[in-house]
Write a new protein. Structure first.
Length: 230
């Protein structure tokens, strides 16, 4: 799977760029401690990790021996509303990011509109009930109008030759931004655990699940061990 649209609006995306390493990289990063090295097994269906090496990965994940999971690296391109990106970026260990810079990019931005409006939940956790349809329709229309007015004002400021890095302050938190990030397998497993927990924001959970769909295909044994401990 190369690209996923987590929010289902045709704008949000988690896109595979490239990666380095595989499940065997994790195994050999652990076996180097004993000056050992494993190889993939071969049969008529292809190349496979040996059952013994699969068990080793499970042992490493279960007992939180995490350094071998830092060796595989994954590069993704992510497009996300700014108010979500600020939460995503709180995870900083094992990752490097490069974001689009609106000092150089002055095209009209996209803004996120949720399909439904959740109501406030208890104890600061995500609400599950939703605003009734009539009120939600009215709120969505009003917000869309404000977003368009802000985008028009942003374009006017740029046309007046206001420095783009200042003009961008006009834009709302719903504005989409995008970046590429390169992170270790361990980093992505930590983000996945954090953003799929019971208290996680639903939209961030959708992004984490999109990452999971991509990484489970790249590192099937390691990803299962890291995210579905036995």
């Amino acid at each position: 799977m190369k690209k996923v649209d987590p929010l289902g609006d045709g704008i949000s995306s988690v896109e595979y760029v490239d990666h380095m390493g595989d499940d065997l990289r994790v195994v050999n990063a652990a076996r180097i401690s004993f000056d050992k090295q494993s190889r993939l097994e071969v049969d008529e269906t292809g190349f496979w990790l040996s059952p013994e090496d699969g068990r080793l990965i499970g042992f490493l994940a279960e007992h939180r021996h995490m350094s071998p999971f830092f060796h595989p690296q994954v590069c993704l391109r992510i497009e996300m509303p700014a108010f979500l990106a600020h939460q995503w970026w709180r995870s900083t260990v094992g990752v490097c990011r490069s974001e689009v810079y609106r000092r150089y990019v002055i095209s009209e931005p996209d803004c996120y509109q949720p399909q439904t409006w959740r109501l406030k939940g208890k104890a600061a956790k995500e609400g599950r009930a939703h605003l009734d349809e009539a009120k939600a329709t009215e709120l969505t229309a009003r917000i869309a109008k404000v977003q368009q007015e802000i985008k028009d004002l942003y374009r006017e400021a740029v046309e007046l030759e206001v420095a783009p890095e200042l003009a961008q302050m006009i834009l709302p938190q719903s504005t989409y931004t995008h970046w590429i990030e390169t992170g270790s397998l361990h980093y992505y497993s930590r983000v996945y655990a954090l953003q799929t927990g019971a208290a996680a924001q639903r939209e961030l959970t959708l992004y984490a699940e999109a990452v999971g769909r991509i990484l489970s295909g790249l590192f099937p044994v390691s990803w299962k061990a890291l995210t579905n401990p036995q």
